[in-house]
Design a protein around this ligand. Structure first.
Ligand code: AMP
Length: 283
């Protein structure tokens, strides 16, 4: 396994691989690698010749009062896990090489990036789209792998790739969960024991709302009420930022169910912000 810190070297390495007719699979991450990340790596390994994982805690996607400084970092642990998984290249750039002095371009996306998480994290998806665009240009993947856990991110990256004619395929992989259903996330490390236990309500509430939907009669309003009531029943939920039924393409709140529906939410447990979602098909 090769570790690369220099962007030019990554670009040259990718170019060489492409000339040799090898396809590149790319998994962008912010590190603190867990089984969710590794599931994307496994999928990439099965589908492409060379797997590149980036580890970069992207400063421009964090708001001023967010957790950039305390975001979990474990480079040595990450390297061990990725080596064991058979990753070919880890790209670990420094912020000052990604954003050198004078850097002034960004990818702004109206609409999609202002909804759901975007309403609570202004500028977040501009930071995400900008860094992912840069990483795509550096790594030159045929396929890029993202988790459904960050559903809005997948919609935004797909839109960007389509709008800007990026020549790659986006692969969205299922959310990997803990035994009690909590979606794996680097931020789960912030939870204390009681909070961690309480966090199981997130997936439980999504599942019960989805069961209710599949059962028939309920409309989006009812699903939203059900979700919110289930979340409010857990005293350690400090804030519900959003929880409801959305169009998986436009991310707008639904007034009537469609064939494919997104149940999604963002809550705070203590000061830790957690998100989750499920897709629900209505017959
Ligand atoms: P992050 O390091 O949190 O930015 O995540 C990097 C990639 O891993 C993103 O595409 C995430 O959606 C994906 N990911 C994070 N958690 C999970 C999970 N529990 N299951 C599947 N994919 C995940």
């Amino acid at each position: 396994m090769e570790s690369i810190r220099t962007l030019r070297i990554m670009q040259e390495t990718s170019k060489r691989s492409l000339h040799q007719g090898k396809s590149i699979g790319f998994v962008p991450t912010m590190g603190a690698i867990h089984r969710g990340h590794l599931s994307l790596v496994k999928r990439a390994k099965g589908e492409t010749d060379i797997v590149v994982v980036s580890i970069f805690v992207n400063p421009i996607q964090f708001g001023k009062n967010e957790d950039f400084d305390k975001y979990p970092r474990d480079l040595d642990g990450d390297i061990g896990k990725l080596r064991e998984e058979g990753v070919d290249i880890i790209l670990m750039p420094e912020a000052k090489t990604m954003y050198p002095q004078g850097f002034s371009t960004s990818i702004l996306m109206g609409g999609l990036s202002e909804r759901l998480c975007g309403a609570y994290r202004p500028g977040h998806f501009t930071g995400v789209a900008t860094v992912v665009c840069k990483l795509f240009n550096i790594v030159k993947p045929a396929r890029a792998y993202f988790g459904q856990k960050d559903f809005q991110q997948t919609v935004i990256i797909r839109r960007m790739a389509e709008d800007l004619n990026m020549d790659l395929e986006l692969v969205v992989c299922p959310t990997i969960r803990e035994g009690d259903g909590l979606a794996m996330s680097s931020r789960n490390a912030y939870l204390d024991t009681a909070e961690r236990k309480a966090a199981a309500v997130i997936y439980k509430s999504l599942l019960s709302a989805s069961e209710m939907m599949k059962g028939g009669a309920a409309g989006p309003e009812e699903a939203k009420r059900h979700l919110n009531e289930a979340l409010k029943a857990e005293p350690l939920i400090a804030e519900i930022q959003y929880a409801g039924a959305y169009d998986p393409q436009t991310l707008e709140e639904l007034s009537a169910f469609k064939k494919q529906n997104l149940l999604a939410l963002a809550v705070k447990i203590g000061s830790t912000r957690l998100i989750d979602n499920v897709l629900v098909e209505k017959k």
